[in-house]
Design a binder for this molecule. Structure first.
Ligand code: SF4
Length: 92
């Protein structure tokens, strides 16, 4: 329960609260690469000034969010971070 309360705390401070979800998750279908890149750049610029980017990213990593920009990273970047962390754990 404590975790869900913490989760609510950070979400209340989220800079994306005042923006449409589609900026962070894209349209349900039909987005080209040319459209995706500026959309993601826009979402990441919002994340850059978000006071809760760190807990947001950790939430996405822990809950294996498959889609969208969380904590300034898209799904491929989170997967890459996950691999780097796993390698670092194995090396230590
Ligand atoms: S880091 Fe980005 S996605 Fe996460 S809460 Fe902040 S603005 Fe929203």
């Amino acid at each position: 329960m404590a975790e869900s309360i913490e989760e609510m705390d950070w979400q209340e401070q989220a800079a994306c609260r005042d923006h449409e979800n589609v900026i962070f998750f894209g349209p349900e279908q039909g987005e080209s690469e040319l459209e995706r890149q500026p959309r993601e750049a826009h979402a990441k610029s919002i994340c850059q000034r978000c006071p809760v980017a760190e807990p947001c990213l950790e939430f996405a990593m822990e809950s294996n969010q498959k889609y969208g920009i969380w904590g300034g990273l898209n799904e491929k970047e989170r997967a890459s971070l996950k691999r780097r962390r796993a390698r670092a754990r194995r090396a230590s």
